[in-house]
Write a protein that binds this ligand. Structure first.
Ligand code: NAP
Length: 365
């Protein structure tokens, strides 16, 4: 636990517009943040401070309840932390759940009982199949029927449903970096029948959360690059496979091979995805498809011919950068996102904006 910081110095850097007990303005939607001390939760705190139409009523932490956020993160606001059991759910319209799976679902049950809309960053509502959820997450789901009701918030492909949803399941970080680039070609039926798609992905260490695990220690990570959960053994494989199957319109979903790696940067994901193309699909046709799909998107940028996505295209932003190369009948997509923005909290705010009728880009540009 960090020792307490002086609590007034940061206010001079960034006035608290939406902090509990401070002089906020233009209040429209009251929200609570569960798990505000985690990497995703703190990113959300940072984003919501720029949102003039949000009032953050409470932030939770189990291990640091009684402290303030600026005691955990030096650059954080002086907001009190409370235990999730003490969260005044009757005082908020919506909650963001930045919690581990299982804890999220249990909190969602309480939040829905209090009439709150739920924006969940965990995996608890991402899958439609209960069997798949229980197989991969090894816990019983407290409300299996909500798996059907929840909307998978890959925003660019679910706007209408997100607007109406009471529970939005924000996609995983790797799935965001794989599914956004794959959606147009899979939906258009451009993948060779019976072919495998290979997604080779690399993430920065914040992808593993704030709790120390050996794999994420500086000594293990620095000057190293580590594959883990490769093939079809990572939980995100199940999430991606379910969505790809849904987009294939009964045409036989392409089988996915997914190989995640840990790289020595704090944040950012780069996925390189190999898609065998059906006859008749060439570079020109593929480019036209992607420019049509994403040309008007505020956050998705299809890079010009010859340009490949790099982590720097997207890091510390809600952007998705997509590069395209066609070689030997194979579409090679490169996609960069920031795992803590478009891969979690940024996409959560994007969905929140749609749910409450704000400009989708509010607090994100
Ligand atoms: N990190 C990413 O890039 C990323 C991307 C997409 C999705 N996600 C998902 O977002 C969620 C949060 O991830 P994270 O990386 O921010 O994790 P994290 O850094 O480990 O933070 C977890 C947060 O949840 C709180 N918490 C832990 N166990 C809890 C429990 N049983 N009950 C209530 N609160 C509890 C922690 O509070 P204290 O430790 O302060 O007690 C902390 O605030 C996870 O479901 C993760 O899979 C993360």
């Amino acid at each position: 636990m960090l020792s307490p910081m002086p609590t007034d110095w940061h206010v001079q850097l960034k006035p608290n517009k939406v902090g509990p007990g401070e002089g906020w303005k233009n209040i429209m939607v009251k929200v609570g943040i569960f798990g505000a001390t985690g990497y995703a939760g703190f990113e959300l705190v940072d984003l919501l401070q720029k949102h003039d139409e949000v009032e953050v009523v409470f932030c939770t932490s189990e291990s640091s309840a009684g402290m303030t956020l600026d005691e955990i993160y030096a650059q954080g606001p002086h907001w009190p932390l409370i235990k999730s059991a003490d969260a005044p759910l009757d005082q908020v319209d919506a909650v963001f759940l930045c919690l581990p799976h299982a804890a999220s679902a249990a909190t969602a049950v309480r939040a829905r009982a209090a009439g709150c809309r739920v924006i969940d960053l965990s995996a608890d509502f991402r899958l439609k199949s209960l069997e798949t959820y229980e197989e991969w997450y090894k816990v019983e789901h407290p409300r299996p029927e909500w798996l059907q009701e929840a909307v998978y918030g890959l925003t660019e492909h679910a706007r209408d449903e997100v607007k109406e949803a009471d529970i939005v399941a924000c996609p995983g970080c790797y799935p965001t970096s794989v599914l956004i680039p794959l959606n147009p070609i899979v939906k258009a039926g451009g993948v060779k029948a019976g072919a495998h798609i290979i997604a080779d992905s690399k993430t920065g260490v914040s992808g593993g959360g704030r709790k120390a695990k050996l794999l994420y220690h500086h000594v293990e990570v620095q000057d190293n690059m580590t594959p883990y959960g490769i093939g079809q053994s990572h939980r995100h494989w199940a999430e991606m496979s379910e969505k790809l199957a849904g987009w294939s319109n009964g045409n036989g979903a392409p089988e996915l091979i997914f190989s995640p790696h840990l790289m020595a940067i704090p944040r950012g994901i780069l996925s390189t995805i190999y898609v065998p193309l059906k006859d008749g699909w060439d570079a020109e046709k593929v480019r036209a498809l992607y420019e049509d799909a994403y040309g008007d998107e505020p956050f998705v940028k299809v890079l010009p011919e010859g340009k490949l996505a790099t982590v720097a295209h997207a890091v510390r932003s809600n952007r998705v950068a997509i590069g395209m190369t066609v070689a030997a009948g194979m579409l090679i997509l490169t996609c960069a996102i920031d795992n803590l923005t478009k891969g979690s909290s940024g996409q959560a705010v994007q969905n929140f904006n749609l749910m409450y009728g704000f400009e989708e880009t509010t607090a994100l540009l």
